[in-house]
Design a protein around this ligand. Sequence first.
Ligand code: FES
Length: 276
Amino acid sequence: MTTTAPRGTGSVSPGHGNGAPAPRRAAIAARTLRTDRWWVQPAVTVLALVLFVVYSSFRAFQNAHYSAEPYISPFYSPCLTTACEGDTFPELFTGPAWISPAIYILVVPLGFRLTCYYYRKAYYRSFWLSPPACAVAEPHRRYTGETRFPLIGQNVHRYFFYLGLLFNVVLTYDVVLAFRDETGAWGHMGLGTLVLLANAALLWLYSLSCHSCRHVVGGRLNSFSRHPLRYRFWTLVSRLNAHHMRYAWISLFGVAFADFYVLLLATDTIPDLRFF
Ligand code: FES
């Protein structure tokens, strides 16, 4: 799947999008004629993404305080090595103790978000200024889109989507386990249970509103009337898809907050609020 959609180019000019060169920009000396604060959105995007990357990197390499029975941080789940704390996913192999279990699984959520259509638009605009906002000239002279190396690699997004679904299943399983108490007895619910539940729900919303998901359920069809079930799924996913940007941000903060809550419990900074 090759796309130029994340560029957010707006209107389509004759010849543009069919391989012909894009029309030249009007000869305006100013970088933009916009008088509003167009730079606020890209600046906030940079700040939010940098904060998340710094926090998540610190936590992933910390290799500690990610389990507080019956909860596990989503940064460390599925925890695959024998070095894992707590009663979690079946341990699959023994890795060197100095390698954080988060490192083995980081590539999936990272790859999923990095190749996400929305995030592509967000970081192309805010980090590469390509372009920084509508009707603001970009500093680069050439743009080859996502048809060449390295950006053509963005097309692996659909595979990260499939892997991301598996991760969502695991994190949902963690929510089920969070209904046990620290002794393993069922019938427990604490604030941590709700935090993990909210995190899993947000990640499902983010995944199911994905553009690749929409293509999977409704793409490659010539006639929806012959596939009423797929049409129904496509309609539902299309509704979610309209809010994909919102789910992208909320789920990003949700996963960081879930990890932070487990960190606070694991370090005995706060007790878990227990409902029953
Ligand atoms: S387009 Fe954003 S997760 Fe697929």
